[in-house]
Design a binder for this molecule. Structure first.
Ligand code: NI
Length: 203
């Protein structure tokens, strides 16, 4: 009896410590969650100057007049980015006519390799309305700061050219309103059906 009580107590304690550790990791990896709770959602977003896949200089004005689904990623990403962009594409396909009021945007976190030409080719694989944005290192850092996006180069072994690095990055999809304000976000793994439903509710 005593020993089973003790082992139960140890189990509960271990569970609590594990839960606390998981919470700490989640908050460390997803700083926007703390941010939403402490300082309000209005902190995400803001002005930017970037270049689209056709070479046009654009600002936050492109957000006006429709819902915007903004994803930060990079074209060399082997998995998370193409999966997310494909899910966004599927969500827009599911929305039918409503999709015309939604603008999907990819902002690169790898401006060094994601040139206008590279982006132009890449966005053509996804929804026809997808806009790709790149810029100078400073411009990308500024928009990352505005959207509380984390990314960092992850150099690979055996990379003699230094051009085959990966980029670790947060993988949140932001839904921004027609006035550029933050409305909600999709965590990685949100299904196209859920995305479509949320977007339809917001339209
Ligand atoms: Ni990625």
């Amino acid at each position: 009896m005593v020993s089973s009580m003790t082992s139960r107590r140890i189990f509960v304690l271990t569970s609590l410590v594990t839960a606390a550790l998981i919470a700490a990791v989640v908050i460390a990896v997803h700083p926007w969650q703390t941010l939403n709770r402490t300082s309000g959602t209005a902190d995400i977003g803001g002005s930017f100057t970037l270049t689209d896949q056709d070479g046009n200089r654009v600002s936050e004005d492109i957000l006006e007049g429709h819902l915007n689904v903004i994803y930060f990623g990079y074209t060399y990403c082997p998995d998370v980015c193409p999966t997310t962009l494909q899910d966004i594409t599927t969500a827009l396909d599911l929305m039918g006519e409503g999709a015309k009021d939604v603008r999907p945007i990819l902002i690169t976190v790898d401006p060094e390799r994601d040139t206008v030409e590279v982006l132009k080719d890449y966005v053509s694989w996804f929804h026809p309305s997808l806009i790709g944005l790149t810029g100078s290192t400073d411009e990308i850092e500024a928009v990352k700061t505005a959207y509380k996006v984390y990314s960092a180069k992850a150099p690979q072994e055996d990379d003699e050219t230094g051009q085959n690095y990966l980029v670790d990055h947060s993988s949140i999809t932001y839904v921004m309103g027609p006035d550029g304000s933050f409305l909600t976000h999709f965590a990685y793994g949100t299904t196209p059906e859920e995305m479509a439903r949320t977007l339809e509710d917001l339209l």
